[in-house]
Design a protein around this ligand. Structure first.
Ligand code: ADP
Ligand code: MG
Length: 545
């Protein structure tokens, strides 16, 4: 099948598909002798851009030409850009370079890649999600859908294990981020009588600045100090090449300590060789505060679900290979911890989900019970999975339009939340509004994202039509606007039906002029085409006269 699942990670990315037997497999990166591609881009010169391990090797010596952790920038409001050799690159474009490298992996091994599912953190808002999707499209990929990383991880684990209702805690410690997610899996039956496993996200917590890199940094400092002591130098006297040498060896040493009790690192310091011995026990001591930090986030997530009993804990992310992590989690959840290829679980789950979607698409109107054309139980894993799972994610934020409340003596600009944080996706809601004035030429329908669970937020914008800066708790963000052109002599009592639909890949806004049945759906995103200053005029109002 030419359908793939992609884990576009902060530090490492991974691409997987289902093999001929329907089992998920990762596409190997032979060049780096790894299952992963480092999410690092090195702009060597105007003709050469390098992605992966080779790019990573330039971080200390040529750092200003290296971009890493771009996932932290994607879809963020500050619209950061990078500039190399007179060309500018957005985080979306950098991410597209990483995705292109993954696509090339498949193609260089004779595969073709048609459709993909890309994973995103559960806490990503709509901007981050649509930017991720855009990066996929820019890389020439047909993005079927996005899926939350912990949901993908649970899919890859439950494809092998779970058949019954369970509450699962996903502990995902990657290279630059730590995410805890509590997921509920429930079995039910669909209309055709097949078992369906639903996946709901109950709570998320974590830190997007905590990950394997912090363990690397501790080891780096330790080795640098040892080199200084051995050679009677200060840290400033250590050359950049030596620092790069330490930097390149740190991660490998850390990985070795996951397998062995001790290892050695040899560093060339000003012509003389310094050998540093590392013991796992020492490494565990110097990083115990980091482990404790992750466990605090686990407690926070547990607090949010008020003592729900956790049945299973899944370890996800490359950093959970460190025995100290498994030990700490085991101690808190004795007998409940599962770990299986933790750095590949997300990509594999995405591959499973992608093939489920393709099967679903191909079987529209057909009975999708897991039997083959002869009526025998199907051996096609993807078909079995379709019958078995129904992924139900929740909206990461609340969404709604900004409209004018004309009821009081003074007009108020309010945000009406159509869809609230935590609702099941896809979520759809419609409501009818009216132009503010007679003969209004157009309506600027503005869509907002926020964290409030209220029906209405007042006021949601300041006098210039920008999201209220004094309301940080609700984190109101303008997503963009839809222009609804009205024919001449439109009355102010003409009903305009506004619909918001939210699914894992974004928010879709639609307006219908119910007197002409004209449909408007061209959504202008903030930061690109939208002129905020003009946007405060030509509003919709809540009630008719
Ligand atoms: P991402 O954060 O991009 O999702 P991963 O889940 O692949 O990435 O995790 C990458 C992190 O896992 C890196 O910090 C890497 O050094 C670490 N890692 C990978 N394998 C091991 C190992 N065997 N022992 C310790 N750390 C590891
Ligand atoms: Mg990850």
């Amino acid at each position: 099948m030419s359908t793939y699942g992609i884990d576009l990670g902060t530090t490492y990315s991974c691409i997987a598909r289902l093999d001929a037997n329907g089992n998920p497999e990762v596409i190997r990166n032979n060049e780096d002798d790894s299952n992963m591609v480092a999410s690092v881009v090195f702009f060597e010169n105007e003709n050469n851009v390098v992605v992966g391990q080779a790019a990573k090797e330039n971080i200390e010596t040529d750092g200003e030409r290296v971009v890493q952790f771009v996932k932290r920038e994607i879809g963020k409001p500050d619209n950061r850009v990078y500039e190399f050799d007179g060309k500018t690159y957005t985080p979306v474009e950098i991410s597209a370079l990483i995705l292109t490298r993954l696509k090339n992996l498949v193609e260089s091994q004779g595969g073709t890649i048609e459709t993909v599912v890309i994973t995103v953190p559960a806490y990503f808002g709509l901007e981050e999600r649509s930017a991720t999707k855009q990066a996929g499209e820019l890389a020439g990929l047909n993005v079927l859908s996005l899926i939350n990383e912990p949901t993908a991880a649970a899919l890859s684990y439950c494809a092998r294990e779970f058949q019954e209702d369970r509450t699962i805690l996903v502990y995902d410690l990657g290279g630059g981020t730590f995410d805890v997610t509590i997921i509920q899996m429930t079995m039910s039956q669909n209309e055709t009588g097949n078992d369906v496993q639903k996946i709901n996200v109950l709570a998320t917590d974590g830190d997007d600045r905590l990950g394997g890199k912090d363990w690397d940094d501790k080891l780096y400092d330790h080795i640098l100090r040892a080199c200084c002591d051995e050679n009677g130098l200060t840290a400033q006297e250590i050359e950049a090449e030596t620092r790069q040498d330490i930097r390149s060896k740190v991660e490998e040493a850390k990985r070795k300590l996951s397998k062995k009790q001790s290892t050695k690192v040899r560093i060339d310091v000003g012509g003389s060789r310094t050998e540093v011995s590392l013991k796992r026990a020492d490494f565990e001591n110097m990083t115990s505060d980091l482990v404790a930090k992750t466990m605090n986030f686990v407690d926070n997530a547990l607090d949010k679900v008020h003592g729900v009993n956790i049945d299973t804990v899944l370890l996800v992310g490359g950093s959970t290979y460190m025995p100290m992590i498994k030990d700490a989690v085991e101690k808190k959840f004795p007998g409940k911890v599962q770990q299986h290829d933790p750095d590949q679980a997300v990509a594999k789950g995405a591959a499973i989900y992608a093939s489920m979607l393709v099967v679903e698409e191909n079987s529209v109107g057909k009975d999708i019970s897991p039997v083959d054309s002869n009526g025998e139980p199907s051996t096609d894993r993807a078909e079995q999975l379709t019958a078995k799972f129904d992924v139900e994610d929740q909206t990461p934020r609340s969404f709604g339009p900004g409209v004018v409340d004309t009821k009081g003596s003074k007009h108020k600009y309010v945000l009406e939340n159509f869809i609230k944080i935590g609702e099941k996706m896809p979520a759809v809601f419609s409501k009818t509004y009216y132009p503010l004035e007679d003969n209004q030429e157009r309506v600027r329908l503005r869509a907002f994202e926020n964290r409030s669970t209220e029906d209405t937020i007042i006021p949601c914008v300041d006098e210039d039509g920008n999201p209220q800066a004094t309301d940080p708790a609700n984190d109101v963000k303008l997503l963009g606007e839809l222009i609804v052109n009205l024919p001449p002599q439109t009355s102010r009592n003409t009903p305009i039906k506004v619909t918001f639909k939210v699914d894992a890949s974004g928010v879709h806004v639609e307006a219908v002029n119910t007197s002409t049945n004209e449909v408007f759906e061209t959504f202008l995103r903030t930061g690109s085409d939208i002129d905020v200053e003009k946007s405060a005029v030509h509003q919709l109002r809540i009630s008719a006269d």
